[in-house]
Ligand binder design. Structure first.
Ligand code: NAD
Length: 298
C-alpha cells in the first residue's frame, strides 16, 4: 500500500518505520530533515513537501504536536491551500495526533465534502509502544472507516478501540492523559517522600508496583532516575513525552470539562503544576521530570 506519513517526531518516526517493516511504501515528510533521514535509513522514501508525501497515497497518516498544526496542515492557513486539496477522492486520512475533538470534527467535515475519509486515532503507549508496535489506538470513526483503517493500525499497535464517532477517540485520549498526568505527580510525590526518608528508590518502586498504589508509571516509566533503565528519567529526561505536550493535553481536558460542566479538580491542579514546571524551563523534558518540583535539589 502507498502511505503518506507526516510528522516524524518521537512517536511518528518509529510508527512510520513499523509500516516500512510491514512492507508498505511509505513516503515521509517532517519539517526536520534529520527526522526524515532517520525513517529513510530504515527504508522509507523522502518527500520534499507534505503535498509530495500524499501524492498517490491511499492512506495518509499524521502525527503532529497540536490542534493548530493539524488544522493548518489539512485546511491551510489564511491565504494558503490545505493538504485536502492535494488528495485524490477516496483517500483515508488517519490523524493520530492528540488534538481537540472539535478540530478533528472540523477537519473531518471539510474532508467529507471533498470525498475524503478523515478519522481521529490518537494513541497511548509512549515511545516504547511506538517502537515495539504495541500502541493502543482510540479511534473516532464510523464502523466502515475503522475497518478500512484497521489493517494499517494493526501494524503499529496491539489494541484498537472504537471509541465512537469522529472526535470520540480524542475525548477518550484526554480522559486517559488527564489520569496519567495526575498519576505521574502522585507517583513522583510518593517516590520523593520515600527517598527523603532514606528508602532505596528501586525497593520502594517495587513495593508500590506490587501493592495497591501500582500504576503504569511504576510499571514502566518511573520518574526516579535509575529505577527503569529504558525510561526517560534514566536518560536525563530526554525523549519520551514532553512536559509541554502533557500541558497541552491537560489544557484540552480542562476546556472540555468547562464545556460539559464536569468537575475535574485534580486535572486542574495537575495542569497548573505542569505549567509551573514548564515555566521553570522544563517544557522540552519528558513529563516525568515533574518529580524535580517535589525533590530536594542539589
Ligand atoms: P514531537 O514533538 O516529538 O514530534 C512532532 C513532529 O511533528 C516534529 O518532528 C515536528 O518537526 C513535526 N511537525 C510539526 N509541524 C509539522 C508540519 N506542519 N509538517 C510536518 N511536520 C511537522 O511530538 P511526539 O512526542 O511525537 O507527539 C506527537 C503527538 O502524539 C502529540 O500530539 C502528542 O501529544 C501525541 N502523543 C505523544 C506521546 C509520547 O509519548 N511522546 C504519546 C502519545 C501521544
Amino acid at each position: 500500500m502507498q502511505i503518506g506519513f507526516i510528522g516524524l517526531g518521537h512517536m511518528g518516526g518509529p510508527m512510520a518505520i513499523n509500516l516500512v517493516k510491514a512492507g508498505h511504501n511509505v513516503k515521509v515528510f517532517d519539517l526536520s530533515a534529520a527526522a526524515i533521514a532517520s525513517v529513510v535509513a530504515a527504508g522509507g522514501q523522502a518527500a520534499v513537501s507534505a503535498q509530495n508525501a500524499v501524492q498517490g497515497a491511499e492512506v495518509v497518516i499524521s502525527m503532529l504536536p497540536a490542534s493548530q498544526h493539524v488544522e493548518s496542515l489539512y485546511l491551510g492557513r489564511e491565504g494558503q491551500i490545505g493538504l485536502l486539496a492535494s488528495m485524490t477522492k477516496g483517500t483515508l486520512v488517519i490523524d493520530s495526533s492528540t488534538i481537540a475533538a472539535a478540530t478533528s470534527q472540523k477537519v473531518a467535515q471539510a474532508a467529507q465534502a471533498a470525498g475524503i475519509d478523515f478519522i481521529d486515532a490518537p494513541v497511548s503507549g509512549g515511545v516504547g509502544g511506538a517502537v515495539a508496535g504495541t500502541l493502543t489506538f482510540m479511534v473516532g470513526a464510523s464502523a466502515t472507516q475503522l475497518e478500512r483503517a484497521r489493517p494499517v493500525l494493526e501494524k503499529m499497535g496491539a489494541n484498537i478501540f472504537h471509541a465512537g464517532d469522529i472526535g470520540a477517540g480524542q475525548t477518550a485520549k484526554i480522559c486517559n492523559n488527564m489520569l496519567l498526568g495526575i498519576l505521574m505527580i502522585g507517583t513522583s510525590e510518593a517516590m520523593a517522600l520515600g527517598v527523603a526518608n532514606g528508602l532505596d528508590p528501586k525497593v520502594l518502586a517495587e513495593i508500590m508496583r506490587r501493592s495497591s498504589g501500582g500504576n503504569w508509571a511504576l510499571e514502566k516509566y518511573n520518574p526516579y532516575p535509575g529505577v527503569h533503565e529504558a525510561a526517560p528519567a534514566s536518560k536525563g529526561y530526554a525523549g519520551g513525552f514532553g512536559t509541554d505536550l502533557m500541558l497541552k493535553d491537560l489544557g484540552l481536558a480542562q476546556e472540555n470539562a468547562t464545556a460539559v460542566k464536569a468537575s475535574t479538580p485534580l486535572g486542574g491542579l495537575a495542569r497548573s503544576l505542569y505549567a509551573a514546571h514548564s515555566l521553570g524551563g522544563h517544557g522540552a523534558e519528558d513529563f516525568s521530570s515533574v518529580i524535580k518540583m517535589l525533590q530536594k535539589q542539589g
